[in-house]
Design a protein around this ligand. Structure first.
Ligand SMILES: *[C@@H]1O[C@H](CO)[C@@H](O)[C@H](O)[C@H]1NC(C)=O
Ligand SMILES: *[C@@H]1O[C@H](CO)[C@@H](O)[C@H](O)[C@H]1NC(C)=O
Ligand SMILES: *[C@@H]1O[C@H](CO)[C@@H](O)[C@H](O)[C@H]1NC(C)=O
Ligand SMILES: *[C@@H]1O[C@H](CO)[C@@H](O)[C@H](O)[C@H]1NC(C)=O
Ligand SMILES: *[C@@H]1O[C@H](CO)[C@@H](O)[C@H](O)[C@H]1NC(C)=O
Ligand SMILES: *[C@@H]1O[C@H](CO)[C@@H](O)[C@H](O)[C@H]1NC(C)=O
Ligand SMILES: *[C@@H]1O[C@H](CO)[C@@H](O)[C@H](O)[C@H]1NC(C)=O
Ligand SMILES: *[C@@H]1O[C@H](CO)[C@@H](O)[C@H](O)[C@H]1NC(C)=O
Ligand SMILES: *[C@@H]1O[C@H](CO)[C@@H](O)[C@H](O)[C@H]1NC(C)=O
Ligand SMILES: *[C@@H]1O[C@H](CO)[C@@H](O)[C@H](O)[C@H]1NC(C)=O
Ligand SMILES: *[C@@H]1O[C@H](CO)[C@@H](O)[C@H](O)[C@H]1NC(C)=O
Ligand SMILES: *[C@@H]1O[C@H](CO)[C@@H](O)[C@H](O)[C@H]1NC(C)=O
Length: 536
């Protein structure tokens, strides 16, 4: 394959920079010799190119060598050159040449594999010209740049984004039609041709064309973000843009119909920028590259929503979300979460009865994030019991992961919710820890629950303890009861120190502490806070 001549010239001219290894140079590769042609004639001299293969920072000299391929051949002469050029006078009588490149650096030399060719068979035309493409049917067209008769051509093509050239055809002439192309997809292609004799041209530059549109297929993936209360009715509608393979064309808009509980309906379209509701439809980028849409209005009083996507060629089937039917499944299942900064994987024990099951929906939501944000969902086939999100999961933030069952009747049932962290760190003490006396032998402890959005680690439970004289007593409080006051009973008179702390994977977290005093009976009961304030 030919390389630009400048590339090896540059590597000859580089003379600076410290040398690295004590090795001779690597052998040059891909030696190619040809007589370059333009559209009217071919050059008389032979030009050779190669890939130096050596580190361009190491000063290396390259010398082209040639000799007659057959000792008896008196028409061709041997010689060397530094610029890769074999002058006409060395082969003007015709015949075969053997050619190689030698690389020399400070510590030695190395040779390429030799190539042998007939000096008459190496004319090389310029790449084809007039390259165009038609989208429907998808066809690539070109003219060869041959002086006389044209020869065969090679074509290679791919869809945009591919790095290799998976499709290759030889024996083509001036046109090539792609069979059953994907719709509305950018195709890239290159051609090269020979002229009946001699070598193939270099590849043309890359040309591209978008194939024709068709009607969209499938359904819009419609869901709702109810924050961290999956069963709440205070939800926001969200949906994903159709994938290119579903859209099969340019999607002009998404048309929504919102059905209210009182029987009225509202039509909305993302295509109508003038309507008053459009400010409520917010487009935002999903972390993995798909676009999500978000209706910035609560779905209170909405019973259901339907949506279509449409292009100039047609529309998708309607997809439908019944807002009012989210219920709770009683059989709580075992779930397993694994989470780090980039990945969240969720799996669960499949329910025993899947007869009415259409699919699962798995969603995550960062606690405390605004509606539509830090939120994503995936639909999972009923035959699977797990799924995987790629994303950017912030450290020290609680993510709530929920799994829902969608039944064939479109009814949605909430299966479970679990909290995950990509990374945890120690928690602060519970705020507002206070003691309130009830009777002569009882006090009640109050505190504020740490909001989930501020919990930097998963709380397994709370520990409450007190010290009185030399005795110490410890109680565990379920993390789900974190908003209920806790009562200490059967207390004897004396001075008490009481504390509360969360238990996480780091062990016992920071203490919140208080002191109080139980007075002897007959006394007015009272307690002391911080050894100073008296409260009754
Ligand atoms: C040549 O060998 C010497 C001595 O080993 C070394 O210092 C130098 O870097 C080598 N040069 C090249 C181009 O490898
Ligand atoms: C040629 O290069 C190869 C690969 O770098 C090396 O192993 C070999 O020793 C070199 N040959 C000579 C003759 O220097
Ligand atoms: C390359 O060639 C030049 C000119 O002949 C010479 O001065 C230089 O030493 C050579 N470099 C090497 C690495 O052989
Ligand atoms: C190829 O050349 C012919 C004759 O010059 C010309 O009519 C035709 O339009 C060219 N094809 C393309 C694809 O430009
Ligand atoms: C979607 O709504 C827009 C704006 O109301 C309307 O022009 C268009 O025809 C609708 N498309 C379909 C397929 O209903
Ligand atoms: C139905 O409820 C919606 C939302 O609450 C309200 O905007 C609409 O005016 C109501 N329609 C009727 C006919 O009451
Ligand atoms: C949603 O609307 C509220 C108030 O109307 C506004 O403060 C908020 O920025 C909006 N959110 C987005 C994502 O546009
Ligand atoms: C939504 O679900 C409820 C309960 O299953 C059902 O009564 C209602 O008809 C459904 N709404 C629509 C529009 O299908
Ligand atoms: C996330 O998953 C991908 C693919 O499984 C993996 O290559 C990558 O290393 C994972 N990232 C982290 C932070 O573990
Ligand atoms: C999911 O299914 C696989 C194989 O079917 C099983 O090994 C795995 O334990 C299941 N996961 C859960 C959480 O049940
Ligand atoms: C983005 O995520 C959606 C589901 O959340 C998935 O269907 C899609 O394939 C993902 N896209 C990329 C480019 O990873
Ligand atoms: C918390 O308080 C208890 C009781 O006073 C004490 O034993 C423990 O050392 C304290 N821990 C921290 C971390 O302050």
């Amino acid at each position: 394959m030919a390389r630009p001549i400048t590339r090896w010239l540059l590597s000859i001219l580089v003379t600076s920079v410290s040398a690295a290894a004590a090795d001779p140079p690597a052998p040059p590769s891909d030696l190619e010799c040809f007589r370059p042609c333009d559209e009217t004639s071919c050059h008389v001299d032979i030009q050779c190119t190669w890939d130096p293969k050596s580190d361009p920072k190491i000063p290396t000299n390259y010398t082209l060598h040639w000799e007659p391929a057959h000792n008896h051949d008196s028409h061709v002469k041997g010689g060397t050159s530094l610029d890769g050029r074999i002058p006409r006078e060395d082969f003007s009588g015709g015949g075969e040449l053997r050619v190689w490149v030698e690389a020399v650096n400070q510590n030695g030399s190395n040779k390429s594999q030799p190539v042998v060719f007939n000096v008459e068979g190496i004319t090389k035309p310029p790449p084809p010209k007039d390259i165009t493409a038609e989208p429907e049917p998808l066809e690539f067209l070109w003219n060869t740049s041959c002086i006389e008769s044209s020869g065969r051509c090679h074509i290679r093509y791919r869809t945009k984004g591919e790095t290799d050239w998976p499709k290759f055809e030889d024996e083509v002439h001036s046109t090539y039609a792609v069979e059953e192309p994907d719709f509305f997809t950018v195709y890239e292609f290159q051609v090269r041709c020979d002229c009946g004799t001699g070598l193939m041209s270099d590849w043309s530059k890359i040309h591209s064309v978008r194939s024709s549109e068709s009607d969209p297929v499938g359904e819009v993936d419609l869901w709702r973000d109810c924050g961290i209360s999956p069963l709440s009715s205070d939800c926001f509608l969200t949906w994903k843009s159709l994938s290119d393979s579903q859209a099969r064309g340019f999607i002009r808009g998404y048309n929504l119909t919102v059905f209210y509980s009182n029987g009225s309906e509202l039509q909305m379209s993302t295509a109508e920028p003038n309507r008053q509701y459009v400010h409520e439809i917010v487009e935002q980028l999903c972390s993995n590259g798909t676009t999500k849409w978000f209706l910035n209005a609560t779905l209170k009083d909405v019973s259901s929503v339907s949506i279509i996507a449409y292009s100039s060629k047609g529309a998708t089937k309607e997809s439908f979300l019944n807002i009012s039917t989210t219920g709770k499944e009683e059989n709580v299942l075992k779930v397993n979460l694994e989470m780090n900064k980039e990945n969240l994987s969720v799996s669960w024990d499949p329910p025993s009865d899947v007869s009415k099951l259409k699919e699962y929906v798995v969603q995550y939501k960062q606690a405390g994030s605004p509606p539509g944000r830090e939120f994503d969902w995936i639909r999972v086939k009923k035959s699977q019991n797990g799924t995987f999100f790629k994303g950017q999961f912030q450290e020290y933030k609680a993510y709530q992961v929920s799994v829902f069952k969608v039944l064939n009747s479109k009814k949605v049932l909430h299966l479970f919710t679990e909290i995950g962290y990509s990374r945890q760190k120690a928690l602060l003490a519970v705020p507002s820890f206070k003691v309130e006396t009830l009777t002569e032998t009882e006090v009640t402890l109050h505190w504020k629950a740490i909001p989930l959005s501020e919990q930097t680690a998963r709380i397994w439970c709370y520990e409450i303890g007190y010290k009185w004289l030399d005795t110490q007593k410890v109680f565990n409080v379920n993390a789900s009861n974190d908003h209920q006051p806790f009562t200490l009973r059967d207390l004897s008179p004396g001075d008490y120190e009481v504390w509360m702390r969360a238990i996480t994977e780091f062990g016992r977290e920071a203490n919140a502490t208080e002191t109080f005093k139980i007075n002897h009976q007959q006394d007015m009961y009272a307690f002391v806070q911080d050894q100073s304030k008296h409260v009754h």
